[in-house]
Design a protein around this ligand. Structure first.
Ligand code: 5GP
Ligand code: ZN
Length: 110
């Protein structure tokens, strides 16, 4: 938990989100400003600032995020048509929230 981190607050249910999935490692919720018909954020419970702060011992978290993406894509029905998984890394990469997360975007017409 990092103070004043919006995603830590969402993880801890201190502020609401449109939750799609959660388990002991991560949560998945709808992006508040969707850029596509489906725009979800896959967020580890552990506060990690950005991809730049991932440590070798976090490798399971990184893997869990990809496995969750595969599962959630199927759950929300974008797996067959296709989707994008994006990481924004640091300010120059467009990162606005400094708690590691992966965007899952899709749901466009074929
Ligand atoms: P990034 O840091 O990768 O650029 O993106 C952060 C994303 O978090 C943005 O797409 C933004 O719309 C989303 N976001 C920021 N604050 C909130 C919030 O309080 N709730 C939800 N559901 N999404 C948020
Ligand atoms: Zn955080």
């Amino acid at each position: 938990m990092s103070e004043n981190c919006i995603f830590c607050k969402i993880v801890n249910k201190e502020i609401p989100s449109e939750l799609i999935y959660e388990d002991e490692k991560l949560i998945v919720f709808k992006d508040i400003r969707p850029q596509a018909p489906v725009h979800l954020l896959i967020v580890p419970r552990k506060h990690i600032r950005s991809i730049n702060d991932l440590k070798p011992e976090d490798h399971a978290i990184a893997g869990d995020m990809l496995i969750a993406a595969q599962k959630i894509a199927k759950l929300v029905g974008v797996d067959k048509n296709g989707y994008k998984l994006n990481f924004h890394v640091e300010k120059g990469g467009g990162q606005e929230v400094f708690h590691l997360h992966m965007h899952l975007v899709g749901g466009w017409e074929k």
